[in-house]
Structure formats: C-alpha cells, structure tokens
Write a protein that binds this ligand. Structure first.
Ligand SMILES: Cc1cc2nc3c(=O)[nH]c(=O)nc-3n(C[C@H](O)[C@H](O)[C@H](O)COP(=O)(O)OP(=O)(O)OC[C@H]3O[C@@H](n4cnc5c(N)ncnc54)[C@H](O)[C@@H]3O)c2cc1C
Length: 452
C-alpha cells in the first residue's frame, strides 16, 4: 500500500495542480499538510518579516477554504507550525509514509528548505513538480539561449512559439482514501487568523480580496465577464480602482490560481468576445511575471545581492530615518506618501505606484534597494519572491535592464496620474514635510577649536 504525504506550499488549490494530480494517481492513501515556518514571522530580513501579517492572514483564510474543499472529498488539511525538515520526517516515520509530494518552489531560500527536507527524509522520496509558471523547464530549454533581457525573452517565446500547456482538471472521484492522521496537534486556524486580524486593526480602507481557490475562480470569471479586459491597456496604470487592472496577483502568489488558468481565460475572451491590444497586454504582463520566475531560478542568491548583476555596488546606503519616513508615508513627496499609505492600509499598490515609490526610494532618498524590497515583501498581499526582488533590482539598476535602472520624475508622474490631486487627498499624502532628514550637515555641532 502506497501512503503519500502531500505538502501544500504555494499551490493552495486543487484544480490545475500537477503535483496533486500525480499524488491522486499514484497513492493508495493520502494525507495533506501545510507548514507555517515561524522563522518567516520574525523581523530578520532588513528589519522586516519575511511573511507579513496581511499575507499571513490571507494564507490563513485560504487554508480554511482549502480545508473545507478537502473535507468535501472526505479529507482534512493538517496545519503545523515549525520547520518542515523536522516536522515532515516525524510524520513520515510515525505513519510509515512512502513518499512526499509537493510543488517545486522558485525562491532560493524556499528551494534550500526543500533540499534540507529532502535530506532529512533520507530514503523516502520527495517528488516535486515545477508548476508556478506558464511553461515548463523543457519548453524553456528549447529557447536554446540565456534568458537575456525581458524583450529578448518575450520575442523568443513569441517566435518559437511556446504554447501554454492545457490546465489539468481536479477530479474528486479520483482521490485516494484518507490516511488517518491525528490532527489534534495541528494549528487552530481560526485562532491564528483572529490574532493576525487584530494586528491589522488599523486598516481603514480594505480592498476586498476574498481568499481561497473558489473566490479566486469567481474573481477570474467576474473579471472577464465584466468586459473590462477590452480596455486593460488604457487603465492598467491608474493608481486606484478595482477593475483598472486584473487584481490576479494575490491569487497567483498563493497559488489559488495558476498563471495558465489566467492565460486560458484571456485566450477564451479573445476567441469569444474580442482580441485587441489590451488582451494581448494581459498576456504580455503574464510574460513579465514568467520572465522573473525563470530569472529568479537562474540567479539563485544573486537575486538578493546588493550589487545584483551590476559590475559594481550602487552608491546608495541604509539611512534609518529616511527608511522609516518612506515606510510611514512621511516624506516631502505627497504622491509617494499617498501610495505608501495605500500599501500599508490595503496590502496592494498598482504597478505604476510600485515603480514610483521604488524609484523615489533608490534615486531620490539614496537608500539601499534591498530594504525597500524587504519592506514590500512584508507589506504586500501579493508578495511573490521573483516578481518583487526582480522588479526592485530592475528599478535600482542592478538587474537585467539594458537601460540601467528606472528613475521616475515624481512631479511628472503626479501630473500624469493624479492631475487633480484626488488620489493624494484620498490617501492623505500631504504631510507638509519639506526635508527628508531632521539633521543635516549644517546642523552638526561644531567641534570646539581645542578638539580639532
Ligand atoms: C517594485 C515592484 C515590486 C513588485 N512586487 C511584486 C510582488 O511581490 N508580487 C507580484 O505579483 N507582483 C509584483 N510586482 C509587479 C506588479 O506591480 C504586480 O504584479 C501588479 O501590480 C499586480 O496587480 P494586478 O494583478 O492587477 O496586475 P495586472 O496589471 O492585471 O497584470 C496581470 C498579472 O501580470 C503580472 N505582472 C504585471 N506586471 C508585472 C511586473 N511588472 N512584474 C511581474 N509580473 C507582473 C502579475 O502576475 C499580474 O497579476 C512588483 C512591481 C514593482 C515595480
């Protein structure tokens, strides 16, 4: 009898889940586990948490819905707190499990955790499935080249052309029997969720992202049924507004949706309703995401390096006061403040907004880009390791950008995207601050002559 432990990570869905499909077809008994790693909840990363309260609450909600979906198929989700390389071998030994199956992570540190767990499991095999992208490894290898810049990558993908593999469907009738497991040691999700929500009590204007696979599917359907995909290219740069961009990113980050499902929904819209520049642009943006995933895999730890891919280190540094002012939306730039308030209160910011505040962080405040990336990681509901760190590298000029960084003129951006100041007023951007430092060189005490 083949007993399988299915380890959920960033694939919190049942549909189009290759790893789960394999588990369902290759097991006699199956059990499901999710592990909350406490290391991710402490401020170890450039003064920030690797997993912030908002995304953690979204994960907790999503796990509750996943548990209900599994319960409907006669299964249960066991949620444990600890390190996977300790917890999984204990479970495997206790229940004489024969194999562990999971999705393969993209991030360098997440891959290291998988490696450690593999080693700790010894002879028990871990089958991991690459499924966070549109294409698989074999397809990317056929491009027969280095990744190059995004434009080179996109052109090669379009010229090949690489086709997005059809999604695999979940069939509850194919689920093997549950492996009886004592779930009393598991984390009480409602309690965890309530505690996380109380940390977020300052939220004033929540953006409504209902959690879980079913909510994600409903959002995908509503988005395309609304018809707004027709004008995505014209609206995607707006700083606010639910339907101005797809808002798929939080669901992609947790794996509630696969990128293939969004690709195919766009494709269906193009065939049944209308194909235009906007629908092409949704796919174009999915290709940006795709590019960053493969780049992250290729760069490994270099994705987090100050110097990134550049020849030398940037001329920026860490200045605590400036960093805190930026995080709290308390700088001389009203638009930046408004955007940071939006991020802090909702966990979301438009792509244009992210570019503006990241450019300000690096090019106006002269700060080390890694602190900005770490703060985004902690605050974003849609944090995704490859997209976040890749975009920050790009703006800081240490990434793959052939043009060497992106410096946005804040005044010009305000005129373009908030000409009437509506966004700044809504998100309380005007702080009346005129300088970024409370002490500058002119305020330094003069040394007494005798000390010189
Ligand atoms: C500094 C910075 C940090 C970022 N951090 C993240 C992050 O942690 N997680 C994340 O998902 N995105 C990140 N992005 C990319 C982008 O801002 C978001 O994906 C997008 O704003 C999400 O909203 P949406 O789903 O409505 O996007 P849409 O405009 O509707 O785009 C559709 C999808 O395409 C992908 N996409 C769009 N733009 C980009 C981009 N520039 N790079 C990569 N993928 C893209 C996303 O998966 C998105 O869901 C970052 C961008 C910048 C400039």
């Amino acid at each position: 009898m083949k007993k399988t432990l299915y380890w959920f990570t960033q694939d919190l869905r049942l549909d189009d889940n290759l790893a789960l499909d394999f588990a369902a077809h290759n097991s006699d008994a199956l059990t499901f586990v999710y592990v909350i790693n406490p290391k991710y909840r402490t401020q170890t990363n450039h003064h920030c948490k690797l997993l912030g309260d908002r995304q953690a609450a979204f994960i907790a909600d999503s796990l509750m819905t996943l548990d209900s979906q599994l319960t409907a198929c006669g299964h249960k989700l066991l949620v444990l707190e600890g390190e996977p390389n300790h917890l999984l071998p204990e479970l495997v030994a206790k229940y004489q499990i024969n194999q562990v199956i999971c999705a393969e992570p993209v991030g360098f540190y997440e891959r290291a955790i998988l490696q450690q767990t593999r080693r700790a499991l010894g002879a028990v095999p871990v089958h991991s499935f690459w499924q966070h992208t549109l294409f698989d490894q074999a397809q990317i290898q056929t491009l027969n080249s280095d990744l190059g810049s995004f434009t080179q990558f996109r052109k090669r993908v379009e010229k090949a052309p690489l086709s997005v593999v059809t999604a695999c469907r979940f069939d509850s009738n194919k689920m093997p029997a549950p492996l009886g497991i004592d779930s009393s040691a598991g984390v009480a999700l409602e309690q965890w969720q309530a505690q996380l929500q109380s940390n977020l009590s300052e939220t004033r204007v929540p953006l409504d992202f209902p959690a879980g696979e079913e909510a994600a599917q409903a959002h995908l359907k509503d988005y395309f049924e609304s018809g707004v995909a027709r004008r995505y290219k014209e609206t995607r740069n707006e700083l606010d507004g639910w339907l101005n961009s797809t808002k798929m990113s939080p669901y992609l980050a947790l794996g509630n949706l696969s990128p293939r499902q969004i690709w195919w929904a766009t494709d269906t819209f193009e065939r049944q309703v209308e194909a235009n520049e906007s629908t092409y642009w949704i796919k174009f943006e999915l290709l940006w995401r795709e590019y960053f995933q493969w780049l992250s895999l290729k760069l490994g730890a270099k994705l987090y390096r100050f110097q990134g891919l550049a020849q030398s280190k940037p001329l920026t540094t860490f200045m605590p006061e400036r960093f805190v002012r930026w995080c709290e939306g308390n700088t001389p730039a009203s638009l930046v403040n408004a955007l940071m308030n939006q991020l802090n209160e909702t966990g979301y910011m438009s792509n244009r907004g992210r570019q503006i505040v990241a450019s300000y962080f690096v090019h106006e405040l002269g700060l080390d880009w890694r602190y900005g990336a770490a703060y985004f990681q902690q605050q974003l509901l849609d944090f995704d390791v490859a997209s976040n760190w890749g975009n920050w590298q790009y703006i800081a000029g240490v990434g793959v950008d052939p043009r060497g960084g992106r410096h946005f003129n804040i005044e010009k951006q305000a005129q373009l995207y908030d000409p009437q100041g509506v966004f700044v007023a809504k998100w309380r951007g005007k702080q009346g601050i005129t300088t970024v430092d409370s002490v500058d060189a002119a305020d330094w005490p003069m040394p007494a002559e005798a000390d010189v």
